[in-house]
Write a protein that binds this ligand. Structure first.
Ligand SMILES: [Zn+2]
Length: 270
């Protein structure tokens, strides 16, 4: 866990206010890719991570998913080779989780994971199967056909390698587990529904819950704070003389609002 990822109380309060307001947060995940994550008040309900390991989604057929229903994965180290589909694509939820995993690896190691393949369409799967490539089975069964599996470079992500050891320690946080039957150290299935809330320690999660509770309990104070900020904004936009006519001086309003902000933030962050 990177300590820089732990928001301080004030940031948590702001995030919680945004969450309570049902705002949409735009999260830059790196590599030029930005995914929009809905961060509504339901974020305070811990989602179940016990989802089916494999499975259909969107009413699609394995290996016959329209490409525009999938999310393109572009990140350093993602370089499909051979007949692997290029660019790499994944089921949207899996894509969010995988980008988070890739980003975390970069943060932890300063390096990049060597990634080969994600979604594999019917024809490609069939080609692998008929030519005995990589022990691929017949089309219609692979998690690659659902866009819920990733292959790293087979000759680099081997058991005991630094890559593998990092994945073994961290991938489950993001909902990925290695294929064991048959043993394929390079193949990782997306076996859950990753959310940012999953990527927290229990202590961080509890703290966020607590902040959410405080936000609910202090809704009136927050509304008052928002009104104060709006008021002071209006004063600051007025010429000095008009501000004087309209009410307390700008300086007084800044001081009053600042004190109010301090009190409420202290209350939320306690
Ligand atoms: Zn695979």
């Amino acid at each position: 866990m990177n300590d820089q990822r732990v928001p301080d109380a004030k940031q948590e309060a702001i995030a919680a206010v945004a969450a309570a307001a049902g705002m949409t947060r735009r999260t830059a995940i790196g590599g030029g890719i930005a995914l929009t994550l809905a961060f509504a008040s339901s974020a305070f309900a811990k989602p179940s991570s016990a989802m089916a390991a494999n499975g259909a989604w969107g009413g699609y057929t394995n290996g016959r998913i329209p490409l525009d229903a999938l999310t393109v994965i572009e990140y350093p180290g993602v370089n499909p080779v051979g007949r692997s589909m290029n660019p790499m694509r994944l089921e949207p939820g899996c894509a969010i989780a995988f980008m988070a995993l890739l980003t975390r690896y970069r943060e932890d190691t300063g390096s990049y994971l060597p990634v080969d393949e994600g979604y594999r369409d019917w024809d490609t799967q069939n080609y692998y199967y008929e030519n005995g490539i990589g022990g691929a089975g017949p089309p219609g069964n692979s998690n690659h056909g659902w866009g819920k599996a990733v292959d790293f470079y087979q000759n680099r992500v081997t058991e005991g390698s630094n890559y593998y050891n990092w994945l073994a320690a961290n991938a489950s946080t993001f909902g990925f587990t290695v294929l064991r039957t048959p043993p394929e150290a390079w193949h990782w299935n997306y076996s859950g529904t990753y959310t940012e809330e999953d990527d927290m320690t229990p202590e961080q999660w509890q703290r966020l819950q607590d902040v959410g509770t405080k936000v609910s309990q202090n809704a009136d104070a927050i509304a008052s704070l928002t009104a104060s900020v709006q008021t002071i904004s209006q004063y600051l936009l007025l010429p000095r003389t008009e501000a004087g006519v309209a009410g307390p001086s700008t300086v007084d309003n800044v001081a009053l609002t600042s004190a109010k902000v301090d009190r409420i933030v202290a209350k939320l962050g306690a």
